[in-house]
Design a protein around this ligand. Structure first.
Ligand code: GH3
Ligand code: MG
Ligand code: MG
Ligand code: MG
Length: 323
């Protein structure tokens, strides 16, 4: 069980306070020698929220659960190999990006070298200088905050590049980059693949009668209903203005027709709310369906057939599915 700063008799800042000010961090000190942690923890606690884990076999779980900014690991533990903990922390998703500051014994250089190979970020030699401990902890925490920030930015950029801003569905670029792969996989595994192209009927009239915002409401609600009617492995995207594409792996024409028909009915059967829910209007859609005909067929051909089918659905009177 981990000791809290309270239990080792130090007045540490509260975790929440630390997170808010952004100055200090949350540190897990893994050390099973009282003579060591009773000296180090109070020093760290002058700036950080510190937990002390004296039971190294629990340290990994604790580290993974605790949302720490820094792990400080004493390499020369009595009961456990600190190195092993470092390497496990590096391979675990939850702790992979948490910096590790090792505390090494001067008489065991080989162990320290191994630690650095495993991915320890920085180290201190015993006897530990208090100011150096604080300085190195500060540096690691600052770097951790910065790389987290960068990682978030990268993830956001990727998200934005593949997502349609209005509906939250994938955008056309993302779909096109994945479609070839999906078709290839289907071909290789001898599985069917179905594709539906959906277009809102007389959408221009909705814009003209109720305004562009109402049109946007309809598009958003349409995307929600599409999501509800497909499986997790299906790929839905906004293909263009009021046109959507759903790719359904491992689905043959019979099943795809059922899915399309069910969706068509779900759209026509329940009015769409616009103008902040004060008005409800009827919306219908037309759907063109196609399937991968033979192994290695260009996916553009499959898309083209769905488009032709959609055109026929429009021509034949809209609010229908054509394969
Ligand atoms: P059809 O039944 O033949 O599909 O008729 P339609 O009116 O739906 O088709 P048309 O292609 O003539 O009109 C599509 C309209 O969709 C025109 C365009 O202004 C509108 N539109 C495209 N993107 C958006 C959008 O993001 N928001 C809104 N509100 N309207 C959009
Ligand atoms: Mg049109
Ligand atoms: Mg339309
Ligand atoms: Mg259209």
């Amino acid at each position: 069980r981990a000791l809290t700063s309270m239990e080792i008799g130090v007045q540490a800042p509260e975790r929440e306070a630390v997170a808010e000010t952004g100055k200090g961090g949350r540190i897990l000190l893994v050390d099973d020698r009282p003579s060591s942690y009773e000296r180090l923890a109070p020093v760290l606690a002058t700036e950080h929220a510190v937990d002390v884990e004296t039971n190294p076999s629990e340290a990994l779980f604790h580290a993974a659960d605790g949302n720490y900014d820094l792990l400080i690991v004493s390499l020369g533990l009595e009961e456990f190999d600190g190195l092993r903990l470092c390497s496990q922390a590096r391979s675990l998703e939850r702790t992979r990006h948490v910096p590790i500051l090792a505390i090494a014994d001067a008489d065991n250089n080989a162990r320290l070298l191994r630690g650095l190979e495993i991915g320890v970020n920085d180290y201190l030699m015993r006897p530990v200088d208090k100011n150096e401990l604080l300085a190195r902890a500060r540096t690691q925490i600052r770097r951790r905050r910065y790389t987290d920030h960068l990682r978030d930015n990268v993830q956001n950029s990727i998200e934005m590049a593949i997502t349609d801003g209005l509906t939250g569905l994938h955008n056309r670029r993302y779909m096109e980059s994945h479609l070839a792969t999906l078709a290839e996989q289907a071909g290789m595994r001898g599985k069917p693949l179905a594709l539906m192209m959906l277009d809102i009927d007389f959408f221009k009239a909705i814009n003209d009668s109720y305004g562009h915002d109402a049109g946007d409401d309809v598009l958003r609600e349409f995307a929600v209903r599409i999501r509800k009617s497909i499986r997790g492995i299906d790929l839905a995207c906004r293909y263009g203005g009021e046109e959507f594409v759903v790719v359904m792996p491992e689905t043959d024409l019979r099943v795809a027709s059922m899915v399309a028909e069910r969706l068509r009915r779900a759209i026509a059967g329940e009015l769409f709310a616009i103008e902040k829910g004060t008005k409800r209007i009827e919306v219908t859609i037309s759907i063109g369906l196609s399937t991968l005909e033979k192994k290695g067929e260009p996916i553009a051909d499959v898309l083209k057939r769905a488009d032709v089918a959609l055109y026929r659905a429009k021509h034949d009177g809209r609010n229908r599915v054509v394969a």
